[in-house]
Design a protein around this ligand. Structure first.
Ligand SMILES: Nc1ncnc2c1ncn2[C@@H]1O[C@H](COP(=O)(O)OP(=O)(O)O)[C@@H](O)[C@H]1O
Ligand SMILES: [Mg+2]
Length: 313
């Protein structure tokens, strides 16, 4: 399949800050493409330029052949956007909110009401369609927000961290919805700082940090970035003292070590060989070890390998 979106030489400066600093990637028609990066990496700024909300400082983006600089109307007609901030009216019902958005997209009459029905079904909220949005949980609001983004059956859907801060049930529902939409032929750009979501959903991924793409490719290609290194994962207390990390980093055979919440991620050429030394060092420092395992590298390991820091920092 060909590329449905291409981003070339994209830069966005806010004063002295290059929030997006020379980004190139292409999204193939029919795929789920992931933008994975920590908070502040530039994901929302990229989405805002793709959806014509803010102009690029340099570079351009083509979506379905149209330039965001010169053909914003054509770009918007093929795009659905699910923004990070929820754009709904609390005092209107779910159905009324969706009908409002549908009219914004130029739908009316029977086309509008069937689009709203379909979207409610997809959000799994058809039975609660008449309730005011203010009664909905955060997760249900997000699901309606997604429904609003796909009413007009866009070719390309841009989703900006749609699962941040919601309950696990709504999160799973959203992930399954993305899979369904993609199976029906929709191309999706999915941004997240959760590597599990990106691994679950995406065909290809670009990892962003400080406004730059530091690696991109299929999941298999990205895992190879880590090379032959093993990942040692250790479960520790939340109260883990960060000075202990330096002791781990100083161990022979340890390439990198980082902590995300109560998990230590350690890269080592031979995980099995250093595991005992790591556990001894932790015990000597008075740290509790809840679990210890040598695992396959994942996107978190790739990020750690490339930046020396954890995605969740
Ligand atoms: N309108 C703005 N004015 C100034 N700085 C901004 C603006 N929008 C974003 N930034 C900065 O640009 C960087 C990237 O932000 P953002 O794109 O929101 O990152 P992400 O979505 O990956 O968390 C951050 O340092 C952020 O503070
Ligand atoms: Mg963001």
């Amino acid at each position: 399949m060909g590329d449905i979106a291409t981003v070339t030489g994209l830069v966005k400066r806010f004063g002295d800050l290059a929030a997006v600093d020379g980004v190139d990637f292409a999204i193939r028609e029919g795929e789920v493409f992931g933008l994975l990066g920590p908070n502040g990496a530039g994901k929302t700024t990229i989405i805002s330029m793709m959806s014509c909300l803010i102009p690029p400082t340099e570079g351009d983006i083509f979506i379905d052949g149209a330039s965001v600089r010169k053909q914003a109307i054509a770009v918007k007609s093929v795009l659905g956007v699910v923004p990070q901030e929820i754009a709904l009216y609390p005092t209107l019902s779910a159905r009324e909110n969706l009908a409002f958005w549908g009219r914004m997209y130029g739908l009316g009459g029977k086309t509008l009401s069937s689009a709203v029905d379909e979207a409610l079904e997809l959000a799994g909220l058809a039975d609660r369609a008449k309730e005011r949005l203010e009664k909905y949980s955060g997760g249900m609001k997000r699901r309606i927000n997604i429904a609003a983004g796909i009413l007009h059956k866009p070719k390309v859907l841009l989703m900006d961290e749609p699962t941040v801060g919601i309950d696990p049930q709504s999160r799973n529902h959203i992930l399954e919805t993305v899979k369904d939409l993609n199976a029906q032929g929709m191309t999706v750009l999915y941004t997240s700082h959760y590597m599990e979501e990106v691994e679950f959903l995406c065909d290809r991924v670009a990892i962003v940090d400080h406004g730059k793409i530091i690696a991109q490719g299929t999941l298999a290609e990205l895992r190879r970035v880590v090379g032959d290194a093993d990942v040692v994962r250790i479960g520790v207390d939340d109260a883990f003292a960060d000075e202990t990390l330096d002791a781990i980093r100083a161990l022979e055979g340890v390439e990198k070590a980082e902590r995300a919440d109560s998990t230590l991620e350690i890269l080592a050429a031979d995980g099995g060989a250093v595991l005992a030394d790591i556990v001894s060092a932790l015990t000597a420092a008075g740290e509790k070890v809840h679990s210890a395992e040598v695992v396959e590298p994942n996107l978190e390991s790739v990020f750690l390998h490339l930046t020396g820091k954890s995605l969740r920092d």
